[in-house]
Structure formats: C-alpha cells, structure tokens
Design a protein around this ligand. Structure first.
Ligand SMILES: NC(=O)c1ccc[n+]([C@@H]2O[C@H](COP(=O)([O-])OP(=O)(O)OC[C@H]3O[C@@H](n4cnc5c(N)ncnc54)[C@H](OP(=O)(O)O)[C@@H]3O)[C@@H](O)[C@H]2O)c1
Length: 310
C-alpha cells in the first residue's frame, strides 16, 4: 500500500511517500515516518485523514492500533494522511511530577525559612497551630498527587507536549507561592479553633474520598492503559460524573475554611472553574459515547453548589 504523508498545507512530509504491507497498522506508518525523517518519533505525530473539499468539521484522527486499510476507500490501494508535528514530548508522569513538585517544596520554604525579612518584616515570627497544620495538609495533598501519578493513574496517552510543562508549572508554582506567602505571613490572623477543625476535618475526608475516586478510575483500565473512557460507577460516581473533581474542589474548600485567605479562595475559584469546565466536557463525551441516557440531576446540583463558591 502506498501512503502519501502531507502537511496541512499539502506539502510532502516524506518525499515519495511510504510503501507498506496491506496488513500494516497506523503504528507501522508512524515508525516508517520516523525512520525516514529521523526527527518525528511516533509520540510527536498526529495523523488525520484529509478533509474532503466542501466539507467542514473535525478531521478523523488515525488510531495507532488500527489497520491502515480501515482508513482506505474500498478498492483503492493508496492512502493520503495529513501529518502534524506535536512538538517535543515528555511523559505524563514527568509533567505531573514537576507541576506538583513546585508547590510541595515552595510552601514549606515560606513556613521554615526567614523569607519575610526580604519583604521588610524583621523580628521573631510566632507561628499559630493552624499555620503548622496547613503546611502539613498542603504537603500531604501534593505528596499524594505525586504518588497517585506514579502508582494509581492509568493514563491513556503516554506523552504530552513539553510546552505544557512550562504552562502547568507556571500555574501551580505561582499559586503555591501566592497562597504560602499569605498563610505563613507574620501578620496572619488565625480563625477560631472550631472553624479550623471543621475545615481540616472536612478537607481530609474529601482527600480520602478523592483518593478512592482515583482507585475507581484506575480499575476502569488494564495496567497497560487500555480500556478507553467508560462511565465510572460506584461511590460518589453514582451521583456525579466527575466525583474526582468534586472531591478535589471540596478538599480545597476545607483548606480555605481552616486558613481563610483571599489568595486561597482565588485559587479555589480558578481551580473550580477549570475542573467544572473539564467535568462538563467529560460528561458530554461520556453521554455521547453511551447509548444509555446518563443525565444526572446530581451533576446539575453539584455545579450549583460549585457556583455558590464564587
Ligand atoms: N487543583 C487543580 O487545579 C486541579 C486541576 C485538575 C486536576 N486536579 C486533581 O488532579 C487529579 C488528576 O487530574 P487529571 O485531570 O489529570 O486526571 P483525571 O481526569 O482526574 O483522571 C485521572 C486518571 O483517570 C483516568 N480517567 C479519567 N476518566 C476516565 C474514564 N471515564 N474512564 C477511564 N479512565 C478515566 C485518566 O485517564 P486519561 O489519561 O485518559 O486522562 C487519568 O489517568 C484530579 O482528579 C484532581 O484531583 C486538580
């Protein structure tokens, strides 16, 4: 089978195309492109079918595991695919490790080191118990996320563009420093003991629930990451599609009830709006993929509760 590999502008990416067996898979084509270009390894490649003239919409993305013949028109022994370079890639675990490592290290720096003298605050700093518990809570959260990245999640994609490392690190590291600065500040005023206990108690319960949600998601896939996207069931997934995001948002709410800083609440609002968007997108995708009507009133109720946070 002759496969022509062109860019979106129609330029030939592999001069003369690629000759493959009729039984070849898309992964074989990716290997052949890499062998010829010496630059675009398979994870960097996005292969789609050309959009027919006069038609609009999203192009069909070729699945690495599928046979090339599935994408050929019946009887034709040739195929044209559109190639896009996704840029240098990093493993998902590397991306997550670096984005979580920042807040895990930055927050204790504000707690332990005399950083506030560089902001004009001289003299002895008296730490309130809530500031100490907040530091442990924060570090436990990010430590848990690193451990989940390596030992719990079963990612469907092996890699992500390297540019995402800079974007995600900027987000997590900046918010980490911003919240740490105010929570450990020498002029910090603690909330009442009861409020602190309610906040941390609720937050810890939500972190445990969040961990359990991740275990349920893990069990939807085989160890190699196969299994695609399925409707998660059991525990809080019976009432909300993305219970992992719900529990994540509520655990930050618990942290903020206990620590009560504007910086913390701003992070909560930003994180909640990001996760609500993702949750709505995932809910739509799962509903579309399933023939079963899966619209949950609890999802709406959840979003109303989230909206009240703003
Ligand atoms: N504070 C914040 O701003 C913030 C933002 C986002 C996330 N988080 C936290 O970080 C955690 C991880 O977030 P994430 O967005 O990277 O991943 P995620 O969507 O929570 O998913 C975690 C893992 O489960 C898999 N998965 C998700 N839905 C699935 C389904 N329907 N069927 C099969 N597998 C499924 C994912 O696979 P894929 O590899 O295919 O995605 C991924 O490996 C969240 O649960 C949350 O606790 C925090």
């Amino acid at each position: 089978m002759k496969v022509s590999v062109v860019s979106r502008s129609g330029r030939e990416v592999v001069r003369g195309g690629v000759e493959l067996k009729d039984s070849a898979k898309v992964a074989d084509l990716q290997d052949a492109i890499y062998a010829k270009t010496k630059k675009y390894y398979p994870a960097r490649q996005r292969l789609t079918l050309p959009i027919q003239p006069g038609k609009s919409g999203k192009p069909v993305v070729l699945s690495a595991k599928a046979s090339l013949s599935e994408y050929c028109e019946k009887g034709s022994g040739s195929l044209t695919v559109v190639f896009k370079d996704l840029g240098p890639q990093v493993f998902y675990s590397t991306l997550f490790f670096f984005e979580y490592l920042g807040p895990l290290l930055i927050y204790p720096m504000f707690y332990y080191l005399p950083v506030y003298k560089y902001f004009g605050y001289e003299g002895e700093r008296v730490m309130h118990p809530v500031q100490t518990y907040a530091m442990y809570y924060w570090c436990f959260h990010y430590f848990k996320r690193i451990m989940e990245t390596f030992f719990v999640h079963r990612f469907s994609h092996a890699t992500s563009p390297v540019s995402n490392v800079f974007r995600n690190c900027a987000y997590y590291w900046t918010f980490g420093a911003y919240i740490a600065y105010y929570c450990n500040h020498p002029l910090y005023t603690p909330v009442s003991e009861l409020q602190m206990k309610i906040g941390f108690g609720f937050g810890i319960l939500c972190q445990i629930a969040n961990f359990y949600c991740h275990i349920l998601l893990r069990n939807l896939r085989s160890p190699s990451g196969n299994g695609g996207y399925q409707i998660p069931r059991g525990f809080l997934f019976n009432i909300v599609t993305c219970a992992n995001y719900t529990t994540e948002i509520y655990q930050w709410l618990g942290f903020n009830i206990a620590t009560q800083t504007v910086a913390g609440y701003i992070f909560l609002v930003v994180a909640a709006s990001i996760m609500t968007n993702w949750a709505l997108g995932k809910h739509r995708r799962l509903k579309k993929a399933s023939t079963v009507s899966f619209f949950s009133c609890a999802e709406v109720l959840n979003n109303v509760i989230i909206a009240q946070i703003y």
